[in-house]
Design a protein around this ligand. Structure first.
Ligand code: AMP
Ligand code: MG
Length: 338
């Protein structure tokens, strides 16, 4: 299959809309990361997403809409809590898991009786949904297990020959995937953090506590509450280890472990002080910049041929929690206290 990469304009939006209506795939930018879209109602179309990504069939997709009226048929009920959160956070990087409606394909939800829905703020996604009238399922536009792409070139690297169209809308702003929260049942559950700061959730003690649970690796035999949680995610080719401690301890540890293919993943301004080649993923303590850069930098390390990467540990609260959540998966949960 020939993969076209087109800049965003009226013509390419119309083409994207047509492809979606015909049950084809389109990769496009959102405010979080690039996604691969297919009509969420069309099981055959959605199957193509799983094939293109090599994504396990039991990992459900998030449905994207551009107005509250589109929830009709997608969910069977909009819980009160969902209405409040939608008013506060939509459009934006918040996915809410709700009872599944009759029109969503089983393939989209991996057979679950719930569905994750989000209303993105990115103008390109909104334009494509409006032009097509299609609520689409859209996971990140990477091969399964690789870091999510935050620019069209990274999408092309993974998806060349696997889908007909990539809309190039520049770099994504947020850089990590949406917050996923379940609003089914009495207590809300947070499955995946994004860039909302903790105080946004503090009024709800149950949610706040759950935030920490997802940072821990699942124990053997434990059942994942949100299917995506069980996979090793976001992994570059190199073995990544997070080093927790002061900068001096970090530098000394790397000096003792320097060698061929060893790289440091550090914070701004530290590169020149390290005994191995180093690349920064943002300003220390600035979760917004770390989130924005993380996936791009992980892919950059692949291109540089890094074999072993020692990463500085981000904070694990506030926006940095989303960064820690992704980095610890990229590191296959290897964390060393230095
Ligand atoms: P991705 O599309 O790669 O951003 O992944 C979406 C993630 O959202 C999945 O891996 C799940 O962890 C979560 N998710 C989506 N739908 C549901 C659902 N119905 N129930 C629980 N988690 C969900
Ligand atoms: Mg993904």
């Amino acid at each position: 299959m020939n993969t076209q990469v087109l800049p965003v304009n009226e013509e390419s939006i119309v083409l994207a809309a047509k492809l979606l209506q015909q049950g084809e795939l389109v990769a496009l930018p959102t405010e979080t990361v690039y996604g691969i879209a297919a009509d969420a109602r069309n099981g055959e179309a959605v199957k193509k997403i799983f094939e293109a990504k090599g994504r396990p069939q039991d990992n459900p997709l998030i449905v994207h809409i551009c107005g509250m009226e589109m929830l009709h048929g997608i969910v069977s009920e909009v819980p009160e809590r969902a209405k409040k959160l939608a008013a506060a956070f939509w459009p934006g990087p918040l996915t809410m898991v709700m009872p599944r409606g009759p029109e969503v394909s089983e393939v989209t939800c991996a057979g679950l009786d719930t569905v994750g829905v989000r209303m993105p703020s990115h103008p390109v996604v909104q334009a494509v949904i409006k032009a097509s009238g299609v609520a689409f399922a859209a996971p990140s536009a990477n091969l399964s297990g690789k870091p999510s792409p935050t620019n069209a070139q990274d999408v092309f690297t993974d998806m060349d020959g696997r889908l007909p169209l990539i809309l190039d809308g520049g770099e994504c702003d947020v850089g990590v995937e949406s917050t996923v929260i379940s609003v089914v049942g009495e207590k809300p559950t947070l499955f995946r953090p994004c860039r909302y700061k903790l105080p946004d959730w503090r009024d709800d003690e149950a949610v706040y506590k759950k935030l920490f649970a997802i940072l821990e690796k699942l124990k053997d035999g434990e059942v994942a509450r949100s299917p995506g949680m069980k996979y090793k995610h976001y992994a570059p080719k190199a073995d990544v280890t997070i080093l927790k401690g002061s900068f001096d301890a970090y530098r000394d540890y790397i000096a003792a472990h320097a060698g061929d293919g060893v790289w440091a993943l550090c914070f701004d301004g530290e590169e020149a002080q390290l005994p191995v080649p180093a690349i920064s993923y943002g300003k220390e303590g600035d979760g917004i910049s770390e989130a924005h850069n993380l996936f791009t930098v992980l892919r950059e390390l692949d291109r540089k041929g890094a074999k072993t990467v020692y990463a500085r540990c981000p904070l694990s609260d506030g926006v940095s929690m989303a960064v820690y959540n992704r980095l610890i998966r990229a590191a296959a949960f290897r964390v060393v206290e230095v």
